[in-house]
Design a protein around this ligand. Structure first.
Ligand code: ZN
Length: 387
């Protein structure tokens, strides 16, 4: 990889021909059109807080360094901002009067109303710019190294950088655009923000069954995202047809996997809805997020619900009663040991060696009260399974 440090490029030159897209919140071009500020692989403009934007300008006025900026040389005389896009956008936005900073008296002041000498001070400030030329894998490595300042790129943002091209462009139009009216509907099931590529990541994860990098590499040159879009919408439609009520715990579940595992089964939405409501109202269900997979799997795997167990006083009381009775009968205080024929048939287990079991399993309607509690030796309790 080749790098050249440039120390003579001024803010004026960088911001020459600066174009800002208000709708997308992106700085687009600079350096008289030779510089792409927001290339494909860059995240959306995250430097949104005003004080951070103002901080860039104040640093320049105080002659503080604003850090290294990296350009990626993409053509003979054309560049993309590899790192520093947010700072360059802040500079461009200020010079085009898009926001104000506070003057010495705390009054907001836009660039156009500043004294000429101050304006010139900003315009003539030279930035430290590394011009780099490298291969795809070098750039990927590099991204990891240079993202030490500001908001670090997350995994999907890195992948978008590495596999930039028509496919990523289209995919971002669909899944990373917070203006897309569908985002709100999708956010019932997908967590995270569109800007930080969480919806795109989810769509790719589902269609690729978890192999996002491979999928992006294979489809990099595709001119359309039909498969990605179709699969994502199919999963979303499936969720909303099986579960007619939207619960907050549905957000961020592994819906792609659940779809693959269960979409060929038939579900009665009215019945499912009644089951969901029943489980939501059940005090013993600790894990509400598990309700959906539990129902999809045919109400068998109670582990998903993390059922509340008996409290300590209940277990103690039941243990004392069982043990007293067992001692009278000269049998084991574990009822399953007592009916057996091995050495444990008259063994009195200590409290610590026993576990509580529902006499009538929770999944079959058993309550978690003293009456429904039985202490069993650990071996027998674990063998019983369904709790
Ligand atoms: Zn036993």
């Amino acid at each position: 990889m080749k790098t050249i440090l440039k120390t003579t490029i001024t803010i004026k030159e960088i911001c020459n021909g600066f174009v800002y897209n208000e709708l997308e919140g992106k700085g687009l071009f600079g350096l008289s059109g030779k510089l792409t500020i927001q290339p494909e692989y860059q995240r959306n403009y995250i430097y949104a807080e005003e004080n951070r934007e103002a901080g860039v300008i104040e640093s320049v006025l105080k002659e503080y360094p604003i850090g290294l900026i990296y350009f990626n040389k993409v053509g003979k005389d054309t560049f993309e901002v590899l790192d520093g896009q947010q700072r360059v956008t802040s500079l461009g936005r200020f010079i085009t009067d898009k926001f104000a900073i506070k003057d010495e008296n705390g009054m907001p002041q836009i660039f156009g109303n500043m004294a000429k000498d101050k304006q010139n001070k900003i315009l003539e400030t030279k930035l430290l710019i590394y011009e780099c030329e490298g291969t795809e894998s070098q750039i990927k490595e590099w991204f990891k190294t240079i993202n030490i300042a500001g908001v670090p790129l997350n995994n999907q943002e890195l992948l978008n950088a590495v596999y930039s091209g028509p496919f990523v462009t289209k995919a971002k139009e669909e899944f990373s655009n917070s203006q897309n009216a569908n985002i709100q509907k999708w956010s019932a099931y997908v967590s995270g923000s569109a800007n930080r590529q969480k919806f795109l990541e989810c769509a790719l994860d589902w269609v690729s069954k978890g192999n996002i990098g491979d999928y992006m590499s294979k489809h990099r040159k595709d001119k359309n995202i039909d498969e990605l879009k179709k699969y994502f919408n199919t999963v979303i439609d499936w969720i909303s047809s099986v579960f007619t009520d939207v619960e907050s715990e549905m957000c961020g579940l592994e819906w792609g996997r659940l779809y693959e595992e269960h979409h060929t089964k038939k579900f009665n939405p009215a019945k499912v809805s009644a089951e969901v409501r029943k489980l939501y109202g059940d005090f013993f269900v600790k894990d509400k997020k598990g309700i959906f997979e539990y129902i999809l799997g045919g109400n068998n795997d109670t582990k998903l619900l993390n059922i509340r167990i008996f409290d300590e006083p209940t277990k103690r009381a039941v243990y004392e009663k069982q043990t007293r009775e067992a001692e009278t009968k000269k049998k084991s205080n574990c009822s399953l040991c007592a009916v057996g024929h091995d050495a444990n048939k008259d063994k009195i287990w200590s409290f610590g060696e026993m576990e509580a079991d529902h006499v009538s399993a929770w999944s079959k309607g058993g309550a978690t009260s003293t009456k429904n509690c039985e202490m069993l030796c650990r071996t027998h309790n674990r063998a019983k399974g369904n709790r």
